[in-house]
Design a protein around this ligand. Sequence first.
Ligand code: GLA
Length: 372
Amino acid sequence: MLAQRPPMGWNSWNTFGENINEQVVRDTADAIVAKGLKDVGYEYVVIDDCWSLRQRNEEGRIVPDPKKFPSGMKALADYVHSKGLKFGMYSCAGTRTCAGYPGSFDYEFIDACTFAEWGVDFLKYDFCYKPALANGPILYNRMGMALKASGREILFSACNWGSDSVEKWIRSAGAHMYRSTGDINDSFDSFKNIAMSQVDKLAYSGPGCYNDIDMLIVGMRGKGNVANGGCTDTEYRTHFALWCLFQSPLMIGGDLSKIDETNLELLKNKELLALNQDAETRNPMMVRGGDRPIFFKHLENNEYALAFFNFTDRDGWGDIEYYDLGLTVASGYGFKFRDIFSGEETGVTFGHFSTGIKAHDCRILRGTLVKK
Ligand code: GLA
């Protein structure tokens, strides 16, 4: 069964946009292995929009652009598989993709077969140019069935940006993950607004189908297809921490041939990945809202995460009364936490916890209940 935990991989769109080609895909597959990303769970190498010719052939099949993919998709899939990774592609539920290439509307079963023949393991499925009278649930369900009928196990990654209350029906259409927001860009406001827009909808996320709050911008540093000023390293860490805490699929969007050491290490941070891939797959509860939100999350082995964020432009404080987690002093229980970034232990604390948090930063604690 696919997607028992949030899927992890890389997608071409954020950096390369329409400038995608087989060399980029091969280099990325090489880098995922060489830089240790495969070892920590990144698996899918996904080509986004702009990979095909503008017209289908006489048989009605989509044809890869021979200038961008001279060896063809089967050879590329074989290469990705030879690295122990999985191969993903992109199409659209409408008549054209968002960038104007052929979409799968009315060709769903043919396209699913084509993808299966090429050895595709993952399909991102967009929502542009959808006839107004064709509805989302029908179109995603149709492709969900077409992929199953193809005879190959293919992870189905829906992308309708949260339209039509997607969280209410997308799981039943067979999708394994679903984009719930508009497109991310490389800026603090973009990732913050995207993440916070989904707080009330995270409970729909769980084994088999996860709320995908978009491809990561970690380490893009203001370059690439979704450039918008870039983020500081602190902000990239806050971004990645939110995605991990919210159990979003983790699809790297940066250029892995150029990523710096700090951001590469961030993408491999075992403590954050453990929050994302936790066996209990429980969404966090928001115990304090506003621009210094606090989240609490149940984890496997009777552990808990307590996460403080500071979205303001000033250094500040995060304060939590344990009563707001349901824990009274009279219960005799306190928390023993460890800071997941520094490893520093907090000792056992009763009643409340306060911590300073720098502007745009976060502090994440992991620990257990302890009796007095
Ligand atoms: C939409 C999607 C993006 C990307 C582009 C490609 O905007 O949301 O993630 O796939 O289309 O054109």
